[in-house]
Design a binder for this molecule. Structure first.
Ligand SMILES: Nc1ncnc2c1ncn2[C@@H]1O[C@H](COP(=O)(O)OP(=O)(O)OP(=O)(O)O)[C@@H](O)[C@H]1O
Ligand SMILES: [Mg+2]
Length: 118
C-alpha cells in the first residue's frame, strides 16, 4: 500500500472473512461453478452477512434485500452478464467490488465510466 492509496481492495480488507468462507464451503461440501473461488451460497453469505459453519462472523456488506443479492449471484453463476441499475449512491459499485472479490478473489479488474449530463 503506497501513501497515495486511499484504501486496500476488499479482498485484502476482508481476507479473514473470505478465508473462513473457503473453510465453510469445504466443511459443507458446497459446489462451486468453474473458476469460482467460493460457492454461490458463500458469496451471498459474504454480501449479506451472518455466520460461517465454524461460527466466524461475516459482516454485512450490502444492507437491503437478500433476494436482490441472490438474484445477482445466480445470474453470474449461470454464466450471464449482470447489470445493476439504480439511482446514484445505492451501492452498485460497492456490491460489484465485493461480488468480484468473493467470486474471483480479485476486485481490481475494473472499468469505471460515467455518462456525461451535458
Ligand atoms: N444498501 C447499501 N448497503 C451498504 N452500503 C451502502 C448501501 N447503499 C449505499 N451504501 C454505501 O454507499 C456508498 C456509495 O455507493 P456506490 O458508490 O456503490 O453507489 P453507486 O450505486 O455505484 O453510485 P453511482 O451510480 O454514482 O455509481 C458505498 O460505498 C456504500 O458504502
Ligand atoms: Mg458506481
Amino acid at each position: 500500500m503506497t501513501e497515495n492509496t486511499l484504501r486496500q481492495p476488499v479482498e485484502i480488507q476482508f481476507k479473514t472473512e473470505l478465508d473462513a468462507l473457503l473453510g465453510h464451503d469445504e466443511t459443507l461440501k458446497l459446489l462451486k461453478p468453474d473458476h469460482w473461488l467460493l460457492s454461490p451460497q458463500a458469496v451471498v453469505l459474504y454480501l449479506i452477512g451472518g455466520k460461517t459453519h465454524d461460527g466466524t462472523l461475516i459482516s454485512a456488506k450490502y444492507i437491503g434485500q437478500r433476494r436482490l443479492i441472490e438474484t445477482a449471484v445466480a445470474t453470474l453463476a449461470t454464466d450471464r452478464a449482470l447489470l445493476l441499475l439504480g439511482v446514484p449512491g445505492t451501492a452498485k459499485s460497492w456490491v460489484s467490488e465485493h461480488i468480484a472479490a468473493a467470486v474471483s478473489g480479485n476486485s481490481q479488474q475494473l472499468i469505471q465510466c460515467k455518462r456525461s449530463l451535458k
